[in-house]
Write a protein that binds this ligand. Structure first.
Ligand SMILES: NC(=O)C1=CN([C@@H]2O[C@H](COP(=O)(O)OP(=O)(O)OC[C@H]3O[C@@H](n4cnc5c(N)ncnc54)[C@H](O)[C@@H]3O)[C@@H](O)[C@H]2O)C=CC1
Ligand SMILES: C[N+](C)(C)CC(=O)CC(=O)[O-]
Length: 470
């Protein structure tokens, strides 16, 4: 499903929204009075265009255009989704909503990126507030799937349903926050951790870098895959959460944290934190840091995807949505994807081991196409690869788009031979070829045997069609 999105405020977050919508095939209209907005969004888009397609094995939809207009009325006209991401000031947001509501379609979902305001605060005094929800994203919006979806008292239930459908359609995970509170759910945590970190720096206990290390070498890794409660359940040993609570519950009354205490926010604190942060990371531009962050997030999400865990499962499901059935062309296009960053090696190009994976993915697609699909395998039949001969013809780099054309060069009885050509999307140059010989096997005896009739017929049909045209 695609449509038209209006982005009101195209800064860090609005830019991320614009990139996600456009890369998922939506037409995007942006309103931002900042004369630099177009340049800044182009920079965010360049990073997003590199990172997001690396998550998926299926091809992304054709990219939608991002256009800039000079009024809110022009931006929201005909939009299916309006996303407000202006600075976190209630007076400004309220003024913007009056303008949005009077020009947007009564069918459009109107989402706010606000980190802290409640949706009912944004709905104050509007003639029709029934389409307004908080849709609070996480930076970078084009990679992180979580959206805190918070309806206000005046939000129509249909608007929430439509919001969920659209957000899921662009690869996000809408977490329906059932009760509206300041700062929703996730920002409550972030504020608590942030406050504690500010104290630790202010009190001279730790530097900004030491605090970052305390997170990234330890509990930050745990949180990405199991969150808080499952992690602590395990920490209770075999007795689980009950023992964990009994052991650590008393600590809640000890003076371990200063969580509810707020450090005085003044120039000294800003100088201290910003100075240490400059020392830690000031030698790198924000765009460089963004690319490093994005590459790491892609690698983490890929690892979780391989394990069908946490946010990786979501990427896997979205992949299935993006992937359509194979056409009947000759040759068959069995793979169309982008080289993920974690596939490259010390030479800065795709590692030779990954070519094996590409051609294995191609043959799995072909197997599904001829009816040797998951159900066929679960019933005890499959193909095993007996031999491959891969030729590496040109370098393949991270973020490059490529596709694989597959021909059946032999399909007789238990023998199946495939010829794969991996080609660069940009110019059609052949990057690698693979001659692959497979044998049909019984998964019970682990020995070769003829395929079931429908698979044998499909393979023979393809062999005849491909042979006739090769
Ligand atoms: N930066 C972050 O980490 C996150 C921010 N948010 C929320 O997103 C919203 C935007 O924050 P950022 O993108 O960080 O701020 P930002 O300062 O990067 O961007 C705000 C943009 O709004 C534009 N703007 C100002 N007045 C405007 C108007 N009248 N009409 C249209 N555009 C206008 C500015 O020119 C600027 O480009 C806030 O509500 C914030 O709480 C949500 C999640 C994370
Ligand atoms: C600092 N912040 C409150 C603006 C953070 C967020 O809203 C979410 C995020 O991306 O961390």
């Amino acid at each position: 499903m695609s449509g038209t999105a209006a982005i009101i405020g195209g800064g860090v977050i609005g830019g991320g929204w614009a990139a996600r919508f456009a890369l998922m095939g939506w037409e995007v209209w942006v309103f931002d009075p900042d004369p630099e907005a177009e340049r800044k969004i182009a920079a965010v888009m360049a990073n997003a265009e590199r990172a997001l397609p690396m998550l998926y094995e299926a091809p992304m939809p054709p990219r939608g255009a991002i256009r800039f207009v000079s009024t809110i009325a022009e931006a929201v006209a005909g939009a299916d989704w309006v996303q407000e991401s202006v600075p976190e000031r209630l007076d400004l947001k309220l003024k913007i909503y009056r303008d949005i509501v009077s020009h947007a379609s009564s069918e459009a979902v109107i989402g706010s990126s606000t980190s802290g305001f409640r949706p009912s605060q944004l709905q104050e005094g509007l003639p029709d507030a029934s389409r307004i929800v908080v849709a609070h994203p996480f930076n970078p919006v084009y990679l992180l799937p979580l959206i805190e979806l918070v309806p206000g008292v005046k939000t129509a239930p249909e608007a929430v349903d439509k919001a969920k459908e659209i957000l899921t359609g662009i690869g996000m995970y809408p977490l329906h926050v059932r009760a509206e509170i300041d700062a929703h759910i996730a920002d409550r945590f972030l504020e608590a951790v942030w406050r504690e970190a500010l104290w630790l720096v202010k009190d001279g206990i730790a530097t900004t870098e030491e605090i970052d290390n305390a997170i990234r070498y330890g509990f930050g890794l745990r949180w990405a895959q199991m969150g808080l409660f499952e992690t602590y359940r395990i920490a209770g040993g075999e007795a689980g959460m009950r023992h964990f609570l009994e052991q650590f519950g008393p600590c809640l009354t000890w003076p371990w944290t200063r969580l509810t205490d707020v450090p005085e926010f003044n120039d000294d604190l800003v100088d201290l934190i910003a100075g240490q942060s400059d020392e830690q990371s000031g030698h790198r531009t924000i765009r460089e840091l963004e690319r490093q962050r994005d590459d790491n997030l892609v690698a983490i999400l890929h690892a979780l995807k391989g394990r069908e865990a946490a946010a990786g499962k979501l990427v896997l499901d979205h992949d299935a949505l993006l992937r359509g059935p194979l056409g009947d062309g000759v040759p068959l296009v069995t793979v169309r994807r982008t080289v993920p960053v974690d596939w490259t090696d010390v030479n800065g190009h795709m590692n030779e081991g990954r070519y094996g994976q590409v051609f294995s993915d191609a043959s799995e697609e072909l197997m599904t196409h001829v009816g040797a699909d998951r159900a066929y395998i679960d019933a005890g039949n499959s193909y095993f690869t007996a031999e491959t001969n891969i030729k590496y013809l040109a370098e393949t780099l991270a973020a490059e788009k490529f596709f694989v054309e597959t021909r059946v060069t032999l399909g007789a009885g238990k023998k199946l031979r495939l010829w794969h050509e991996m080609k660069r999307e940009a110019d059609g140059e052949t990057l690698a070829t693979c001659d692959q010989f497979l044998l049909h096997v019984s998964l019970e005896t682990r020995r070769s045997c003829p395929p079931l009739a429908h698979v044998a017929e499909a393979v023979e049909r393809l062999a005849a069609a491909h042979g006739a045209q090769s």
